[in-house]
Design a protein around this ligand. Structure first.
Ligand code: ZN
Length: 451
């Protein structure tokens, strides 16, 4: 069956501008024709006809940093501990559909507990549910100095947590092989965490030799290597090991940048998360009292300076939002990263849109079929009331997303509301401050001190 789509404007995900009065013909989910309506094959009587005259059509968008199992969590404990894995998988499927409804037809879920992301991927691929196309990782490979090994040594990384703690290079290689056997598309390595040297610099969680050996095994098994690396050292080791994608890279130095360029690594800076830390954190949030705002502002400024330079030198800068935290709820903020690329990294709107379509597709394991509107690609499309080439923030406005098509089929954009307190809010922290006499007096006045 064929679908004939009339487009007011069409942006193909590769060019500089959109073209007016275009048409797309979809045959069995794949684009058979895309171009001027005047030159399109004649519309047949039994073709499904979708009339998007007056609207702007672009390729389905891609977010490379959406953790399907995090559940809009307010704490790491909420991510790792409180809900059963089975519930998280159902919850992840629900949230994946919210991501899709925002116009994001492909995502990378770069690190989740157990086999949750790859199970959601498989359920979608098998046709059990409508959802975005997922490139899935398993738990992060981490060391005692890496992200996701949050807890004291006597607790370690729980089985239900997002990190898998390795205590030797042999264990790292074994974990890579296990995850590949289970079917991941990419392996996430926690290349740094919160450990810093006395001079304030982040310490890499693995040595150069360890990093190179792990990445070599990932590549030998035909998978992509992705890393969380904020510090100078973690970025440098990752880039020298020729990882495929570096998340953050905030404190990359010239040596790291040279290695990134030499080994053709891509970077997904995930600046949305920092921006939201700066702009949204309130005095009632625990994060506020831990000085996160100032730290995030400093990191944001440093990252923007080095990443603008990297972009000018030709490093692919790809979009990701770290969606899945309370700061970055699913389906809400994916296009924010593009706005940041334009306002802080010096991209044009067309460059930002290419980053979220044809360029991000080059990283995806299923990328050959998506990321552009041209014959032979899957008909994953977003239909917008507005011109994202003039202002990318129109993509953040839900009421402007008029349709999202997956393989030529419009998906249901209605969003069911849910009760967050039954979904992800299970942390046992009950008070946000210490009620000393002094604090009580300052909050409520002296009269509250006595019973
Ligand atoms: Zn992340």
């Amino acid at each position: 069956m064929a679908t004939f789509i009339k487009c007011g404007w069409l942006y193909d995900g590769k060019g500089e501008t959109a073209a007016a009065d275009q048409a797309i013909l979809v045959q069995d989910g794949t684009i058979a024709y895309a171009g001027p309506a005047a030159a399109a094959p004649a519309r047949k009587q039994d073709d499904v006809f979708l009339d998007y005259s007056g609207l702007f059509v672009l390729p389905g968008l891609i977010d490379l940093h959406t953790h399907l199992a995090y559940g809009n969590a307010k704490s790491e404990e909420n991510i790792d501990i409180y809900s059963p894995m089975e519930f998280r998988a159902l919850r992840g499927m629900f949230f994946a559909q919210q991501v899709l409804a925002a116009g994001y037809t492909s995502i990378c879920s770069p690190g989740d507990a157990g086999r949750i992301s790859l199970s959601i991927r498989n359920a979608v691929d098998a046709g059990l549910f409508t959802g975005p196309r997922v490139m899935a990782a398993g738990p992060y490979i981490t060391s005692r100095q890496g992200l996701a090994d949050w807890y004291p040594t006597w607790i370690g990384t729980p089985e239900t947590g997002v990190g898998h703690l390795v205590k030797s290079l042999d264990e790292s290689i074994e974990e890579v092989r296990r995850q590949v056997k289970e079917g991941v598309d990419c392996i996430k390595i926690a290349m740094d965490g919160r450990m810093k040297r006395a001079d304030g610099e982040f310490i890499a969680a693995f040595t150069q030799a360890e990093t190179s050996a792990i990445v070599e095994e990932v590549h030998r098994l035909g998978r992509k290597a992705i890393v969380h690396a904020r510090g100078r050292e973690a970025v440098l080791y990752s880039a020298r090991a020729a990882v495929d994608l570096i998340f953050h890279a905030s404190y990359m130095d010239e040596e790291g940048l040279d290695a990134v360029l030499k080994n053709k690594c891509s970077i997904a800076p995930t600046l949305t998360f920092l921006r939201h830390d700066i702009d949204f954190t309130q005095p009632t949030d625990q994060a506020f009292h831990h000085g996160r705002r100032a730290a995030s502002q400093a990191e944001f400024d440093t990252a923007c300076a080095v990443l603008s330079r990297a972009y000018k030198l030709g490093v692919p800068i790809l979009p990701g939002t770290d969606s899945g935290f309370a700061l970055t709820p699913y389906g809400e903020w994916h296009a924010k990263e593009l706005d940041i690329f334009v306002k802080y990294l010096g991209m044009t709107t067309a460059q930002a849109l290419r980053s979220a379509t044809s360029l991000a597709a080059k990283f995806l394991s299923h990328g050959a079929g998506v990321g552009a509107i041209e014959a032979g690609k899957l008909a994953d499309l977003v239909v917008v009331d507005g011109d994202p080439l003039r202002d990318v923030t129109v993509l953040l406005e839900k009421q402007r997303i008029k349709a999202v098509l997956l393989g030529g089929e419009p998906v249901d954009l209605r969003q069911r509301s849910y009760d967050p307190s039954k979904v992800s809010d299970f942390s046992h922290q009950w008070w946000s401050t210490l009620y000393t006499r002094e604090r009580v007096e300052s909050l409520f006045g002296a009269s509250r001190v006595a019973a």
